[in-house]
Design a protein around this ligand. Structure first.
Ligand SMILES: C[S@@+](CC[C@H](N)C(=O)[O-])C[C@H]1O[C@@H](n2cnc3c(N)ncnc32)[C@H](O)[C@@H]1O
Length: 227
């Protein structure tokens, strides 16, 4: 579906004292593609802004990101990267669905934002994304919902980091997130967690989102983490 398809809908996304008006497909379910699922168990989760995505927007809206480089992983429509751009960052939105990247670009342009977006599968990151490392801030929302996600991110995230990078992942308390957090801590990453309420609509994942914050270990910030 193209961003200007008449079936798309507008959504107001709260982000602290900011508000984003974005255009998205009416429902992820309508985009289900059986061949794609059979191929790589891909599901079009990108097509909505998830509760933890809204929490991430609020966290980023509270930060001064002037001149900082920010990469959003599994960004879907890219609202986190958009808020980062609004706060002065050089922001890059990434997702493995081309359609997500297309919606991300369209919405950023529509909001008058200078933001980049590119296709990236965590398991096979493009050279130009790796060349942009180290990023000052690596962010994601609701990306730890399957064990294979944590395993891939344990390899990718260190490759995007320098010694001063901060990693922020908003997570609606997915069971598979625990192995990722434990693995990062065991590898020496600094860790703290903040529990934040979901603004607006609440779904079956609950009213509270865990915001995991990681800082790299002193010397081994680029070493893959086994999850
Ligand atoms: C639950 S959605 C969250 C979307 C958005 N971050 C939000 O919170 O609204 C998970 C996102 O991760 C993306 N994703 C899942 N596996 C991925 C992979 N291997 N590489 C890149 N993106 C992936 C999906 O396409 C989807 O956009």
């Amino acid at each position: 579906m193209h961003p200007e398809d008449p079936r798309t809908v507008w959504e107001d996304v709260p982000a602290g004292d900011l508000q984003l008006r974005i255009r998205r497909p009416p429902s992820a379910e309508d985009l289900l593609d059986e061949d794609e699922f059979a191929d790589d168990e891909r599901l079009p989760y990108w097509a909505e802004v998830w509760p933890s995505g809204r929490v991430l927007c609020g966290v980023l809206a509270g930060m001064d990101l002037t001149g900082r480089t920010v990469i959003e992983l599994g960004a879907g429509i890219g609202t986190g990267a958009m808020v980062a751009a609004m706060r002065g960052a050089r922001a890059l939105s990434t997702d493995w669905y081309e359609a997500a990247v297309e919606f991300s670009r369209w919405n950023a342009r529509n909001l008058g934002l200078d933001m980049s977006a590119t296709v990236m599968d965590w398991r096979d990151p493009p050279a130009q994304v790796l060349a942009g490392a180290p990023y000052d801030l690596v962010v994601g929302a609701d990306i730890l919902y399957e064990a294979r996600n944590g395993e891939a991110l344990g390899v990718l995230i260190p490759a995007l980091c320098g010694p001063a990078t901060e990693v922020i992942i908003a997570d609606p308390r997915r069971p598979d997130a625990r192995a990722f957090v434990d693995g990062m801590q065991a590898a020496g990453w600094g860790y703290r967690r903040e529990d934040l309420p979901v603004p607006g609509r609440i779904d079956e994942t609950g009213a509270i989102v865990h915001v995991h914050r990681f800082t790299p270990p002193a010397r081994k910030h680029n070493e893959p983490v086994v999850i």
